[in-house]
Design a protein around this ligand. Sequence first.
Ligand SMILES: [Cu+2]
Length: 249
Amino acid sequence: MSEHGKQIDEFMETILWFSVILFAIWFGFFVYALARFRANKNPNASYEGLKADWPKHLEWTIIFVEMVLLFGFSVPLWGNRVLNPPGPGEAVTLEAVAQQFGWIFHYPGPDGRLGRRDMRLADAMNPIGIDKSDPASKDDIITMNEMHVPVGKPVLIYLGSRDVVHNYYVIQMRIQRDAIPGLTIPMWFTPTHTGRFEIACGQLCGVGHFAMKGFLVVDTQSDYEAWLKQMGQLSQNNAPIGEKALARR
Ligand SMILES: [Cu+2]
């Protein structure tokens, strides 16, 4: 359901088939060893062991193949995922702040700029500490447990946490990252299908962890714009728009 998802799936499949082949070879060797070194043909254990060189070469070959997999494929794939964020203006940008036990989403509003935040300003009506004196924060939209994005456009999420370590996890999009208090961690993906997907918390974050879920809604461009407009109308004084208001739509 995301552009990079196919790449990850294909890589996992390659690893699986590689493991299957390795398993077949080792299992074959195991059966061979059982027959070749059976007790009635070899009553006494050999004190000298094997003198041949080939097992050593085989081990080195396997180590080499594994290094190629790790440094030739895994590391570049991961590097590509974490080092090349979509450029400014190109991506739908928002903040996702995790808390015990839910998700708060912070949209920049029509001006396209996220208002300044400071956790010292946080209170019940301002859970993520929006600085209301910053002009960029005036039109910002805060939603609880539901985020919308348009299909086919890169999405850049700045991930944070209010309290403990959480983890933003949407399996259908093949994205998962830790939300760590005190840090702002970027993550991005491009959804390729519309739909409603569950955002799970992927780290055991407390007694309510099981109930910590949000929704990622991938809309068509026009549905997304309509949703954002409606949220803009509901939004008052940077207060979060809760589930009740979201459900009433
Ligand atoms: Cu959590």
